[in-house]
Ligand binder design. Structure first.
Ligand code: GAP
Length: 621
């Protein structure tokens, strides 16, 4: 069976990433380390640009967001409060034969990529459930033995085949599905425990899935004891919650406001895959945007604004509740992606269903990107894979830290206190009751084993009574993006191949990385027309010095001008500046002008050196 086209595309992208110095395998000289990646010279610049742009858009461009840079290792109590110690786990199966570990929800995705499964397609049409027993036996004795030695069909072909034949007799009314087919050929003994799921790697038997906590553990201090156990943070968000009060007090912000952070996160992923998409060490760009609970908005403004679904919300308003803020942040984030070259057509959305949502969350919208490995749905549409999640997380996180640390995480709001005093009794009772129910619900779901319903009711009463004094725990909207996934999306989006054929009929594939100028690792290539003409070289060096303090430039004098343009196209450099004899005044009217060449269409224009910097800054910022 031919390799799926999208994998070929990924292979080409991975190869270009290495060849041009975007991404290297970590520890490559020692055979690499699964799930860890290094960024080479171009990748490091690309990544830096993306993080800078996010930081700029989130903090410096706005009045209502402050920044934070917290440590990677924090008190382990943070991870108890956040729920990560108890529940940050994926389900994992182990192969009883080759001992490989596989994330349970990825078994089938990994299986269909395996050479043994692909080679089976020559023998059996799994889609229409037609198979020839003799051909399957021949496969088992040949390719099967080599590629999937632990498969039941390989180890005990006739017995295994008998189960499958038995089952397929009922095929008209209840056809064998593809999944079932692979399970049958992995099952030697049909027992009460049912069919076996094959190990994608060797065909052996996978154990039933069991939870595996994804946090990396280490010890702070010389003693490797339980008291010294700490974790590498699996997300940057929790530091923001833990420092909420400090930032609030020092930044003189008032709710609604946000705290932004960019930094490393670590997850011991069971099966890192799809290049950098699922890594064990990665970076996040997270915003926690704190808002007033809807009951508080209603007390102050009389009602909460109800947004029209999908209608853009550009300017925040005081009467926005969580729904409007959530919708606003989804749109803001899409605008950010558009601003760095990911058009809406390349993106998708997944609105988490009530079953998918965490118990405390009210909504979560994932922004997806259509990666070359993204699967098609039943209608043949590519939906995409997650770039960023935007969650409405209620007041869960701050409440948890208040309960676990014993430190108050609420805020005081003068406007609320004044408004509450003027509320008609009926309205105040209604808001009190709604807030009470919300708090009681949270306290019940998060209760420690020794907490009684009476204690919970008393705490919820105190919380609801706080409204009259102007006190509440802020709710939060969390846009949480992965830097590495975004870099991969930008690389996949930029990757362009064209085949050029010369006069002699010789064809050559040209690679161009069509990055948006804002993210492009190198903004300008500075090229003297000829290397052996000191006047040209000196002028080019002057231009280099003019631009260098402001823009990442690349000076190149080696090889033909065509070759140099091609090198810059492959690096994704949007502009090249060529210094030629006209620059030196061969045509007097062109003295001190240069040629600007545009990467995407090869167009060239003449520009005065005195106008060059302003022109380039306007295009790349
Ligand atoms: N604080 C919320 C949070 O961490 P998440 O959906 O688990 O939510 C947010 O992660 C983003 O971090 C994801 O949308 C993705 O872009 C990135 N991310 C998560 N796990 C990753 C991994 N193993 N490798 C690369 N990026 C990852």
């Amino acid at each position: 069976m031919a390799e799926p086209k999208e994998n070929l595309q990924m292979e080409k992208i991975v190869s270009l990433c290495k060849r041009r110095g975007f991404v290297f395998q970590s520890s490559e000289i020692y055979g690499g380390l699964n799930g860890f990646w290094d960024y080479g010279p171009l990748g490091a610049e690309l990544k830096r640009n993306v993080k800078e742009l996010w930081w700029h858009a989130m903090t410096r461009q706005r009045e209502d967001i402050a920044g934070l840079e917290a440590t990677i290792i924090m008190s382990p109590k943070i991870w108890e409060a956040s729920g990560h110690v108890a529940t940050f786990a994926d389900l994992m199966s182990t192969c009883k034969s080759c001992k490989k570990l596989i994330r349970a929800d990825q078994v089938w995705d990994i299986l269909i990529e395996q050479p043994w499964v692909q080679s089976l397609a020559d023998v059996v049409d799994v889609g229409t459930q037609t198979f020839d027993g003799d051909a399957l036996l021949r496969w088992a004795a040949g390719k099967g033995k080599r590629l999937a030695p632990e498969l039941a069909l390989v180890r005990n072909p006739t017995v295994t085949l008998s189960w499958l034949s038995e089952r397929s007799k009922t095929s008209k009314e209840n056809p064998v599905s593809a999944k079932e087919f692979y399970q049958y050929i992995a099952t030697e003994q049909l027992t009460a425990t049912g069919l076996i799921t094959p190990c994608p790697h060797c065909g052996g038997e996978l154990t039933a899935p069991r939870p595996f906590n994804l946090m990396f553990e280490t010890w702070a201090g010389p003693l490797q004891s339980d008291e010294n156990k700490v974790y590498l943070r699996p997300e940057t968000a929790q530091a923001i919650f833990a420092q909420f009060k400090n930032v609030l007090e020092t930044s003189r912000q008032k709710v609604p406001f946000g705290i932004a952070q960019v930094g490393k996160a670590f997850r011991n992923e069971i099966t890192p895959r799809n290049f950098t998409f699922r890594s064990r060490e990665f970076e996040q760009m997270e915003l926690e945007f704190f808002i007033k609970p809807d009951e508080v908005i209603e007390a102050i403004h009389g009602s909460v604004f109800t947004p029209t679904p999908n209608a853009p919300l550009a300017t925040p308003q005081p009467n926005w509740g969580w729904q409007a803020w959530h919708q606003y942040w989804v749109e803001e984030r899409v605008r950010f992606y558009e601003g760095i070259g990911l058009s809406r057509e390349t993106l998708g959305f997944h609105h988490q269903t009530p079953e998918e949502l965490a118990h405390y969350a009210r909504a979560c919208t994932d922004i997806l990107f259509k990666f070359p490995f993204s699967k098609k749905d039943e209608q043949g549409h590519v939906k995409g894979d997650e770039l960023e999640g935007i969650a409405a997380r209620s007041d869960f996180d701050l409440s948890q830290h208040q309960r676990f640390s014993g430190k108050p995480m609420g805020v005081f709001d003068d406007e609320l206190r004044a408004a509450w005093a003027k509320l008609p009794k009926e309205k105040a009772d209604d808001l009190w009751k709604r807030y009470y129910d919300h708090r009681k619900n949270y306290l019940t779901k998060s209760a420690k084993p020794d907490e009684t319903p009476e204690q919970i009711a008393q705490q919820a009463t105190e919380d609801a009574n706080g409204l009259a004094r102007g006190q509440y725990i802020p709710h939060v909207i969390e846009p949480s993006a992965g830097v590495d996934r975004l870099i991969l999306a930008l690389i996949a989006n930029a990757y362009t191949e064209t085949v050029k054929t010369d006069d002699k009929g010789k064809s050559e594939t040209i690679y161009t990385m069509k990055f948006h100028p804002r993210v492009a690792p190198i903004k300008v290539g500075v090229l003297p027309l000829l290397k052996n003409k000191p006047e040209l070289v000196n002028k080019a060096l002057e231009v280099r010095e003019l631009l260098r303090p402001w823009l990442n430039i690349y000076y190149d004098e080696a090889g033909s001008i065509g070759k140099r343009y091609a090198r810059q196209d492959e690096a994704g450099t949007p502009f090249c500046v060529t210094i030629d004899f006209d620059t030196l005044g061969e045509k007097p009217e062109l003295l001190d002008t240069v040629t600007i060449r545009y990467r995407d269409d090869g167009r060239q224009e003449r520009l005065k050196i005195s106008e060059l910097l302003a022109f380039l800054l306007s295009k790349t910022r």
